[in-house]
Design a protein around this ligand. Structure first.
Ligand SMILES: [Zn+2]
Length: 401
């Protein structure tokens, strides 16, 4: 019943229309930061695309854009985002939006009266304001006017000022009338590619828990201080980093990353006296996060005691992991089976707009492979044929829920 050649062409046309927007001089990457003119351009194009397919479009009070086949409720919402990180790729976000649009076109052509809308959310990436899923968070209540007060853009302008200037509201009407939420997204990892699987049915979205650890030792002359008499903060940091690697490896579906190291005075002839590291723990269950945090605290204490270094551990931010709807996980898996598309159930290590919807409605998510797992990079590549398979799976599922 599906015409793969025609539908691939349609996805290609949508994708290529977005292609030049926010392109960088490197000829590879795009920069489409949330709540900027480049992101506006992406949304304006989405409106033109959806309207030329015969759909109604509208914008909510925080700037998210929607295309609707009808305004009937309850409705199925299929969404993703159109912003990118700095020097990002072209599939992270837009793949889900154009996939949703094609799904709506296919339902219309099949004469199926299923109320469905496609959402393009604002500012999913934390690259501009240091806060992720802003557009979807504000209309689902996950993000409040109070929480956004502290955020500033990369250019130093407060988020609240950007919002006021744009005529948006920090106390918008909450989204309602939802029957289910779905999102298609590139995997941003290499599990699908390496296992040669076409589709990932997402079971849960990992929550991050982040810490800043300050290690205070003693800065001394590197030549005159014997090895046994040092309080080297950077050596303590090195031990902690490797211990965290072990802690996360022992925990199922969990990761720990130290992506930030600030060393003081950072001089060749001085024993490091003060080192600060940034720790990012992620897991799909709170239990795992609790265990990792507790192991981290104990380990930091014992390493530092041994070395005469004084640690201060500060919690900086965190989000609870989110389980997606077991019913939709089953439905999506059945649809893949019916269509003869290979799939695997898997957690998402990265955050997505989909994590804001489980409190409101059943939520399901599909991954498509991305080449070598590369993402948040101009080299990000995914196949529109794979995206099409995900659209077909979703088509099958939305006709059966
Ligand atoms: Zn994304």
């Amino acid at each position: 019943m599906f015409d793969k050649t025609r539908d691939t062409k349609r996805l290609t046309n949508y994708f290529e229309a977005f292609f030049p927007i926010g392109a960088n001089p490197d000829g590879i990457s795009v920069t489409r930061l949330g709540y900027t003119e480049v992101e506006d351009e992406m949304h304006a194009l989405f409106v033109r695309m959806a309207e030329s397919e015969g759909f109604t479009t509208y914008t909510d009070e925080v700037g998210n854009t929607y295309a609707a086949s009808s305004m009937a409720e309850p409705y199925i919402l299929v969404g993703s985002h159109l912003d990118s990180v700095v020097q990002g790729g072209r599939y992270d976000g837009p793949a889900g939006v154009i996939g949703g649009l094609l799904l709506m076109v296919l339902l219309k052509e099949a004469g199926l009266d299923i109320p469905l809308r496609v959402a393009a959310f604002r500012c999913e990436e934390s690259s501009n304001f240091g806060c992720a899923t802003m557009g979807s968070g504000l209309i689902t209540g996950a993000l409040t006017a109070e929480k956004v007060q502290k955020f500033k853009g990369r250019d130093g302008v407060p988020f609240t000022e950007v919002f006021t200037r744009r005529g948006h509201s920090l106390t918008p009407k909450m989204i309602s009338g939802l029957k289910a939420y779905f999102e298609i997204h590139i995997e941003q990892g290499k599990v699908l590619e390496e296992t040669r699987t076409q589709i990932g049915v997402v079971t849960s979205i990992a929550g991050p828990r982040r810490f800043s650890i300050e290690l205070r030792g003693l800065a001394e002359h590197s030549g005159a201080t014997p090895m046994g008499m040092r309080a080297d903060a950077l050596c303590a940091a090195a031990e902690i980093i490797l211990a965290l690697e072990k802690i996360a490896t022992a925990e199922p579906d969990s990761v720990a990353t130290v992506g930030v190291v600030h060393n003081t005075p950072n001089a060749l002839n001085v024993v490091p006296g003060l080192t600060q590291i940034g720790v990012d723990l992620r897991s799909i269950t709170n239990d795992s996060l609790d265990r990792m945090e507790s192991a981290m605290r104990t380990t930091v204490q014992s390493i530092c005691e041994e070395r005469g270094v004084f640690p201060t551990i500060s919690f900086t931010s965190g989000t609870a992991p989110v389980a997606l709807s077991p019913v939709l996980i089953d439905r999506l898996s059945e649809s893949a089976e019916r269509l003869g598309i290979s799939y695997r159930r898997m957690p998402s290590g990265a955050g997505h707009d989909a994590m804001e919807f489980p409190p409101l409605c059943d939520t399901g998510m599909l991954f498509i492979p991305c080449e070598k797992g590369i993402s948040h990079n101009g080299l990000e590549q995914a196949s529109l044929e794979d995206l099409l398979e995900a659209v077909y799976v979703l088509f099958d599922t939305v006709t059966r829920i």
